[in-house]
Design a protein around this ligand. Structure first.
Ligand SMILES: Cc1cc2nc3c(=O)[nH]c(=O)nc-3n(C[C@H](O)[C@H](O)[C@H](O)COP(=O)(O)O)c2cc1C
Length: 341
């Protein structure tokens, strides 16, 4: 099946079927933060500004990688990018494999006309690094004026695709190759999470940032099993490391920046992720749904609500800025306490 057709199916299934984890959550409900009844702050003074890879953000938030490569994707990307520009948030584009294979699809990824200043991440799979080569990937990033690359590592997802590439023997070598890329990159899971061993291996390679892409939000195993109608996918639907646990395990074993995606569904989830050790949060599926409901206006409304919740949670913890927030303590209960034992 062509990459373009696969991308169309991903959007359609994500919007029409329940593709969330079924019996497993992110674990954020097992994280308690310590409320401060006397925050010594005026809520209006709370400042959630941050920086990532040298770019400024009004809040530690980006829209995680989703799409590109189909006419529908062009409008989705434009709408999301416009909202992100207006709110000074970051954005990830979907895998650029489709535009590398079919140069005429490049337009569907271009958003700099509506979003000249935001942090913009291009995207490619680890399996494509050797196939396309570092120079071609660099060219593809420049064609869409991306600031950085998200390199997705997705053994779980590949294992569910009929056409999936499941030879991960040389994946670490491919990551090493990318160190020659003349742009910063981060390594990103897509919903099964990063464990301690992977975090250590990426630390050894001195990778600048990891997006833990933990479980509890959108199930990619679920989406690809619905495409392939495989029984394997039904069995593995909820497989993976809860996002909250994955952030803690990564923080313990990795010195670079951490992005938390996978089931971030509120500003409170985002604030919990930051207290656990993340530097930035990413949201994917709810943003796609907002875009589908009402274009850029609805995306902006949704993201503004998340920012407002971030400010409220920071106020209630007595954190005036992100630096103060990241020093706050957390209590791990239940399942997450087991994970980090
Ligand atoms: C429709 C759709 C397409 C996606 N495509 C990509 C992709 O091309 N590359 C990638 O790294 N992640 C991709 N993702 C994964 C997201 O970036 C994110 O890691 C995952 O969905 C978990 O976040 P969520 O629970 O907020 O949806 C996609 C997600 C959705 C919903």
């Amino acid at each position: 099946m062509s990459t373009k057709k696969r991308k169309e199916e991903h959007i359609k299934i994500s919007l029409t079927k329940n593709v969330q984890f079924k019996n497993k959550s992110t674990g954020f409900e097992d994280i308690d933060l310590v409320y401060n009844a006397l925050p010594k702050l005026n809520k209006s003074e709370v400042n959630s500004k941050t920086e990532f890879f040298g770019k400024k953000f009004s809040a530690p938030l980006m829209v995680a990688a989703m799409t590109g490569g189909t006419p529908k994707a062009e409008k989705i990307n434009q709408d999301i990018a416009k909202a992100c520009e207006e709110l000074s948030l970051g954005m990830g584009l979907g895998s650029q494999r489709a535009m590398i294979e079919h140069i005429e699809l490049t337009e569907t990824y271009k958003v700099r006309d509506v979003a000249p200043s935001i942090f913009l991440a291009g995207n490619i799979g680890v399996m494509q690094v050797q196939e396309f080569g570092v120079k071609r990937i660099y060219k593809a990033l420049n064609e869409i004026k991306a600031n950085a690359l998200a390199l997705h590592i997705n053994a779980g997802q590949e294992a569910m695709q009929f056409e999936g590439d499941t030879d991960f023997k040389h994946a670490l070598k491919a990551i090493k190759l990318l160190k020659k890329l003349k742009k910063p990159f981060f390594v990103k899971e897509v919903g099964c999470g990063i464990n301690a061993e992977t975090a250590k291996e990426l630390q050894k390679l001195k990778i600048k940032a990891i997006d833990v892409g933990g479980s509890g939000g959108t199930s990619w195993i679920g989406i690809d099993s619905l495409r392939g109608k495989s029984d394997l996918g039904k069995e593995f639907w909820d497989f993976g490391i809860p996002t909250a646990a994955s952030i803690i395990l990564t923080k313990k074993n990795f010195k670079g920046k951490i992005i938390a995606t996978g089931g971030i569904r509120s500003g409170l989830d985002c604030v919990k992720a930051l207290v656990l050790g993340a530097d930035l949060c990413g949201i994917a599926l709810p943003v796609l749904k907002a875009q589908n409901k009402g274009g850029s206006k609805e995306v902006k409304k949704y993201l503004k609500k998340i920012i407002e919740e971030i400010h409220t949670a920071m106020f209630l913890l007595g954190a005036k800025n992100i630096k103060e927030l990241k020093k706050k303590k957390f209590i791990a209960l239940g399942n997450i306490a087991q994970w980090i034992k």
